[in-house]
Design a protein around this ligand. Sequence first.
Ligand SMILES: *Cc1c(COP(=O)(O)O)cnc(C)c1O
Ligand SMILES: [Zn+2]
Length: 389
Amino acid sequence: MALSASLLTHLICSTYQHHYSPHEPQRFCPHCNAPLIACYDLETARNHLDRDQFAHRPRGLWRWHELLPITDPRFQITLGEGDTPTLSLPHLGDHLGLSHLFLKDEALNPTGTFKARGQAVALSKLRELGLKKVLVPTAGNAGGAMAAYAARAGMAARVIMPSDTPRANVEEARIAGAEVILIAGLISDAAQAAASMVEQGWFDVSTFKEPYRLEGKKTMGFEIAQAFGWRFPEVIVYPAGGGIGLVGIWKAYQELKILGWLEDDTPPRLVAVQAQGCAPFVRAFQAHADHCDFWQKAQTIASGLRVPKSFGDRLVLEALYDSQGIAIAVSDDEIRNAQKLLASSEGIFAAPEGAATVAALFHLKEQRFLNSKERVLLLNTGSGIKYLT
Ligand SMILES: *Cc1c(COP(=O)(O)O)cnc(C)c1O
Ligand SMILES: [Zn+2]
């Protein structure tokens, strides 16, 4: 049987299970103000797909196309995103007493961060649905990536970001032809500005306010499973801003479990790392809460983590609780030191967000969250070069 390019069936509200059609543009559930989740015919996938065939396909995230939302392959946009390397960190591992420490280097994506994955998939789907104008409020990297993929897709782009966003983000968006609007304040203020513009025919691709960036981020989870022989590492350490990548990895785990492709169903324990100057998930996790409160006066050098309140907060916390994970905060000084340590010991110049995961290891060791024999995977979400001023 020939399978269609995508096994997407419908969208479901993450709170009350309302269903929505994937054949027209959708944002979030208007009844519950909750993110929408893409659902696939996993039964058919289970019966007709073989996990080992994916290794033989052309490189990049579109190798997972049956489990991505684009129906007609002609609408798939690519700049070569996905298939980033999983590197072992022997020196840092020795230093920390961890015998199986790894890092997935998302800095190798187009535009230098993992935001490329989400934008590649979201803009491909919007192009398939006939949309021509996209906008995004952003802490920086999502805007740079969106601008690049919009240029590639022939769509108009508008990027709204804080005026103190790293300069590389402003320049990469402008050179790709996007209209850049700098505002005083944080991503939450940019989001308010964006909300007033959706009326004018611009589609808002904010984190969790449309269902498809999550699908792009999900491919990290597929790649992780594949790289580790279809056994997730025991621990995955992720720098959480809005947390969409963490939810994406968790969604990948759940889909792979249903597909029966995992050698071992044990879930990875997910760690959300935040900055002490903006740690809404840490505060909520410690209070065993199911949602986050808005973090006042957010401040950190890790601009991607400067998200005072995620629209998908409930999903992120659910993934942390369900996976027996944890949320922890590190200081900007710890992030700077970790950045130096990672670059000098392993040759990886990580973004501050990625370096935060290294800083977190010291806390995780101290709290005995880690066992020295476990496989621990850090996500370096971006390149340190993007943050040079
Ligand atoms: C956006 C971003 C993050 C946070 O990602 P979320 O999925 O929003 O949690 C982390 N690191 C970098 C480099 C980013 O650009
Ligand atoms: Zn709903």
